[in-house]
Each structure stands twice: as C-alpha cells, then as structure tokens.
Ligand binder design. Structure first.
Ligand code: ADP
Ligand code: MG
Length: 389
C-alpha cells in the first residue's frame, strides 16, 4: 500500500500544498518545531480516523483557520487508486469519504489505509503499562479480523453498563436483589464477548511472535530467543492456554467457564463497586532469552523489542490480508545506535513505503535507496529538495 499523493490544507502549522510521494523512501528533514510531526500526522490520520497522538480534533485545525481538509490518493495492493478524504471543523464536525462516498462508521474506515507508526513513545509498548500492549494487540487484531473489532466494541459497551450498575448499587440507587439479577445477565453477555477477545489476543500473540523474533534477530544480529506471550486475567482462560489452547475454540464451553468465573466474585465486586476481573486487565509479556523486558529490559533492549514488535505487525498484516502497511518513523533514529538505525532503514524500506522524519541529517546520510525523495520542512512550508544540501 502506498500514499501516492496528498493535498493538505489548514492542518496545524502546515501551509496549504500538494505532494507527490516516492513509492519507497520519503525523508522529511527540518529543525525542531518546523512541522515534521504535523506532516506525518496529517498523512496518518486517515488510518485511525483520529490523531495517533491522541489530540482532540479541534487542536489539529490551524490556529488561524476554522476547518481543515486532507485528501490522499492511496494505491492499494490490487492497483486500485483509493481516494481518501477527511474534513474537520471547529464545531466538531467530521467528514470522511472513501472514493467520494461518505463513511459514517469508524469500523468502515479502519484498515482501508494501513499504516504503522513509530515515534519515541513507541517504547511504551514494552516499558509502559499493560494498556499499551492491549491497545497494540487490539488494533492489530481488529485490522485483520472484523469479528474481533465487533466483539471488542460490544464488550466495552457492556462493561460500561456493568460499571454503571455496580456504581449505582454502591450508592444504593439499585437494590441488591434486583442488582444481582442484572449483574448475572451482564456477566453472561460479557462472557460471550470476552471469549472472542481472549481467543483473538492469544492467536495474535502466537502469530506475531515468530515475525517479531525474526525482526529482532535481523536488527541485532543476535540469536537470543524473543517472545510475545499472552497473559489472560481470567484464570479459566489462562489454564486452558497452558493446558491445551485448542480448547479456546470451543465457544460454548469457554463462555460458560468465563461466566462462572465472573459470577464467582460478584459479592466482592458489589462491595468494591467496580468490576475486578476480565480481559480489560489482560497483559502480554515481552520476553528476551527468558527475561521479562517489561521489568528488566535496558533502554536499548526495550527500544529494539518495541521496534521488532511494531515491524512484525506489518508482517502479520501481510500474511493475513496481503497488505503491506505504510511505515512512519518520527524521530526515532537518534535513539538507536547507528548500526541498528541503518539495519532498520534497510529492512523497513525493502518491502514498504516509508516516511522518515528527522532533525538530524546524519541519521540518513550515506543512505541512497532508489526513488528516494527528500522533503524539507521549514515553518510549515514543505518543499521537495532534489539534492542533499
Ligand atoms: N493547530 C495548530 N495551528 C498552528 N500551529 C500549530 C497547531 N498545532 C501545533 N502547531 C505548531 O506546530 C509546531 C510543531 O510542529 P511539529 O510538527 O511538532 O514540529 P517538528 O516535528 O518538526 O519538531 C509548533 O510550533 C506548534 O505551535
Ligand atoms: Mg516532531
């Protein structure tokens, strides 16, 4: 998948302009604060239907403007040229269009433009709390399995109901008898969706592990065993995974077991006024030579592990959907040593279109891949430079 061209207007500090990109390597140079991250954010926005940095949409509209507009032409693997457009305005209005047709549901948008984004925060995938790893797996699995996304969405909606009910029971707005009946009903429903989530997360961890190990080996030139392992918060699920994970596909049985595990702690939950068990507390272990990198990894090890996992996400996507995502690297090369940086640049650009933003020209010096384009960003103005200067 490649971004062929783009037109950007009133996006943060970027001046209105159109661009034709290299199908392979695009290097974005400029001093700090010039607009490199903004440029990548504009190109990546369509992939998620929101900012990868979690910004509010109004924050992305240029200070001086009241609406923004971005249009991308994306070449899909089939050769089809997909027109992606989005517009946002100050009143919270959002418009998305694919090939001119309005798209209203975010689920119809997810996965049409596939991208993978690396920035200095990517290290949180290994170093940060469990929610970072859950989010990574959820997004990755959702783009290869629409049923997973549906299960996850339904689970979150139901969990919200259950949370509200437990809160109301604690405040005595709902009596215990009636409340308990309702809780049992919610638990039954949650168990159905939790089964989808647990199965999907386990499958995803198993699938990505060998690819991540392979990337890790190529980046480090070292054979240490690298693993990404699912840890379910539900004991029943964890036991099944340890004994015989094939059983996870027995839908009825697993739903019943999850449901009784949830029901078993109903009194505790009522007392505490919040849910205490479920996939919302799952985690994944990142293991290098048997060592848990979440806890014991050095800066360098965790960074390389995070990069390996994120690259591997692209490999899984290709294996499952025959799609090569566009890769974005925002300011990460200054944090890797020179040799790893060079290896990463070569690995990434072999099969994917890449966008690399950096303030340090020497991060990419001496690297002359075919069809390279260099873009210079200066106070929001982006121009192509034909010669390295
Ligand atoms: N909505 C906006 N309108 C105008 N300028 C913005 C907006 N949001 C951020 N900026 C400006 O963008 C600049 C930062 O750009 P950024 O892409 O992060 O730079 P770089 O990645 O090159 O260091 C800052 O000067 C900031 O004030
Ligand atoms: Mg930046």
């Amino acid at each position: 998948m490649r971004i062929v061209s783009a037109t950007i207007s009133s996006f943060r500090n970027l001046q209105e302009d159109s661009f034709e990109f290299s199908p392979r390597v695009n290097i974005v140079l400029g001093r700090n604060g010039m607009g490199k991250t903004n440029f990548l954010e504009a190109l990546n926005f369509f992939a998620l239907g929101r900012s990868h940095q979690g910004s509010k949409i109004e924050e992305m509209i240029a200070f001086a403007g009241d609406s923004l507009h971005v249009r991308l032409e994306v070449e899909e693997e089939s050769g089809h040229l997909l027109q992606c457009e989005f517009g946002l305005d100050n009143n919270g209005g959002r418009r998305f269009r694919l090939d001119g047709e309005p798209v209203t549901r975010r689920t119809d948008l997810v996965g049409r433009l596939s991208t993978v984004f690396f920035n200095p925060d990517s290290i949180a995938l290994v170093r940060g709390g469990p929610s970072h790893r859950r989010q990574f797996v959820d997004q990755s699995q959702a783009e290869i399995d629409p049923l997973y996304l549906a299960g996850l969405t339904a689970f979150n909606r139901t969990l919200k109901q259950k949370k509200g009910l437990l809160r109301d029971m604690k405040r005595r707005l709902v009596g215990n008898g009636k409340g308990k009946d309702e809780l049992l009903a919610w638990n039954k429903e949650l168990a159905t969706y939790a089964a989808v989530i647990c199965r999907g997360r386990h499958q995803y961890a198993r699938q990505i592990s060998p690819f991540a190990a392979d990337s890790h080996q190529q980046l480090t030139d070292n054979d240490s065993k690298f693993d990404f392992v699912y840890h379910s918060n539900l004991k029943t699920v964890q036991n099944i995974i340890c004994e015989d994970s094939e059983k996870l596909s027995n839908k009825m049985e697993i739903e019943a077991e999850i449901s009784s595990e949830l029901n078993y702690i109903i009194e505790d939950e009522i007392q505490r006024g919040r849910p205490l068990l479920g996939p919302q507390f799952d985690d994944f272990e990142v293991r290098l030579s048997g060592l848990d990198l979440r806890v014991f990894g050095s800066q360098g090890e965790t960074r390389t592990a995070a990069v390996s996992l994120i690259l591997a996400r692209g490999d899984v996507l290709f294996e499952r959907r025959k799609i090569r995502p566009v890769l974005f690297f925002d300011d990460i090369f200054s944090e890797l040593d020179r040799e790893r940086s060079q290896r990463l640049q070569k690995m990434a650009s072999r099969l994917h279109q890449v966008f690399i933003a950096t303030a340090r020209q020497d991060d990419v010096e001496g690297w002359h891949p075919d069809q390279r384009k260099i873009w210079r960003v200066s106070d929001g103005r982006i121009s192509e430079i034909t010669q390295e200067s």
